[in-house]
Design a protein around this ligand. Structure first.
Ligand code: SAH
Length: 386
């Protein structure tokens, strides 16, 4: 096995099990893209095993600290950790760094598995990973890859399309269930690998507080929050998204569940909330689940203004006793900063709000304690107490 020597003192973060070694921390040695290498300190002491990435700023991604890593075994262990998840057939099986498989994501939609490889490591081992998934998943149907993720370029990987790696090709739309709700997932073109599995707990929480309420689901995508609200007894549901494709699938999902009437609005939420304000509309439950406003730390302040804007507007639209379920999936926006933004929005809205619950990414999106960067999704459920 090839050896990579770290620069003096640069083994420290690795010994604390942080999985990333940046290019400046590597003193000597080279390997092929994704190849597993032995990592040693400047003094020559063994530090761990890493996967080499010659063209990335993240030059090494650690894949083991004890024995030589067995990629298939890592995949099987990650799948086994999900065995207690019930009530859905749509689960993230591998959550990248936090599951010990850097740059590897694998989601299962009713046995149709979809991977994203965003590291040279994942790319090199995609065949083994697909085989291990087929073997370790009960009722595995097939494994596909989505190579349309821009960050692949940073690892020197081609940005491409959809391909089947093992087993059968998935249907155009895969039907899944989550609690009492059924949904169709476009695994070829839908966001991420097709669906926002990370919001499962939040969707359930919204379902529990929706009874009898008029619900406004902003940034609805394929309608998940609105569907759970309807299943929870909402009086009415309005789904708002800027994408006509997402709304078309939201409408199909609505029909699939036989929920009757609903309103689907193709609009920019920033403008739509203002139009509701101007029209004097009020809601009993508003969901705000926007896309990432900050890609990096440098964009956090601008992102904070965006979050404040929509939250302030939404707060003003709440009926007395109304609820706001609000989320941020920007990793650069910490939970503390998000809470501050919500407090500022509440102050400017002139409303009195209480936090009655908080949410995080669902348990199949774990965060390694050694890799706090793995936490990106946080949410709060607020009640208008005035
Ligand atoms: N809540 C969804 C996920 C939301 S993803 C779920 O649980 O599945 C973010 C969505 O916001 C995308 O569907 C995107 O089309 C939409 N979007 C992005 N910018 C928007 C804007 N300015 N106004 C309305 N929708 C927007």
């Amino acid at each position: 096995m090839k050896k990579i020597v770290l620069a003096k003192g640069r083994e420290r973060s690795v010994l604390k099990r942080h999985p990333w070694v940046f290019s400046g921390a590597v003193a000597e040695g080279s390997a092929d893209p994704g190849e597993i290498v032995e990592v040693v300190s400047a003094r020559g002491d063994f530090v761990g095993y890493g996967a080499f990435s010659p063209s990335s700023q993240i030059r090494l991604r650690m894949v083991g600290w004890n024995g030589v890593p067995d990629v298939g075994a890592l995949v099987a262990a990650s799948v086994a950790r999900r065995s207690s998840i019930v009530g859905t057939d749509a689960i993230r099986l591998v959550n990248a760094e936090s599951d010990g498989l850097p740059g590897v994501v694998a989601d299962s939609y009713a046995g149709h598995m979809v991977c994203q490889f965003t590291s040279a490591f994942g790319e090199r081992y995609r065949g083994e990973i697909a085989a291990a998934l087929m073997e370790s998943v009960n009722e595995a149907k097939g494994v596909s890859a989505r190579d349309d993720v821009e960050v692949r370029a940073k690892e020197g990987l081609s940005v491409g399309g959809f391909s089947v790696l093992a087993g059968e090709e998935p249907p155009e739309l895969v039907e899944i269930f989550e609690g009492g709700v059924r949904m169709l997932v476009d695994v070829r073109k839908g966001h991420k690998t097709g669906f926002y599995l990370d919001q499962r707990d939040a969707r359930a929480a919204v379902g529990r507080i929706a009874a009898g309420r008029t619900v406004l689901n902003c940034f609805s995508f394929t309608g998940g929050f609105g569907l759970h609200a309807a299943a929870g007894g909402a009086k009415s549901v309005t789904q708002v998204d800027i994408s006509s494709g997402a709304l078309a699938l939201a409408a199909k999902n609505w029909e699939l569940n036989g929920f009757g009437e609903a309103e689907f609005v193709e609009a920019d939420v920033f403008k739509y909330l203002r139009s509701c304000r101007d029209a004097g509309r009020r809601f009993g439950l508003i969901v705000l689940d926007p896309p990432k406003f900050a890609e990096s730390k440098s964009q956090v302040m601008r992102a904070a203004r965006g979050y404040k804007d929509i939250n302030l507007l939404a707060m003003k639209l709440l009926e007395p006793g109304g609820m706001l379920a609000t989320f941020s999936c920007s990793g650069a926006m910490t939970p503390e900063l998000f809470e501050r933004v919500l407090a500022e929005a509440a102050l400017d809205s002139g409303r009195s709000l209480q936090v009655v619950g908080t949410t995080r990414q669902a348990e199949d999106h774990p965060v390694s304690v050694f890799f706090p960067e793995g936490l990106y999704l946080k949410g709060a459920i607020l009640r208008a107490a005035d």
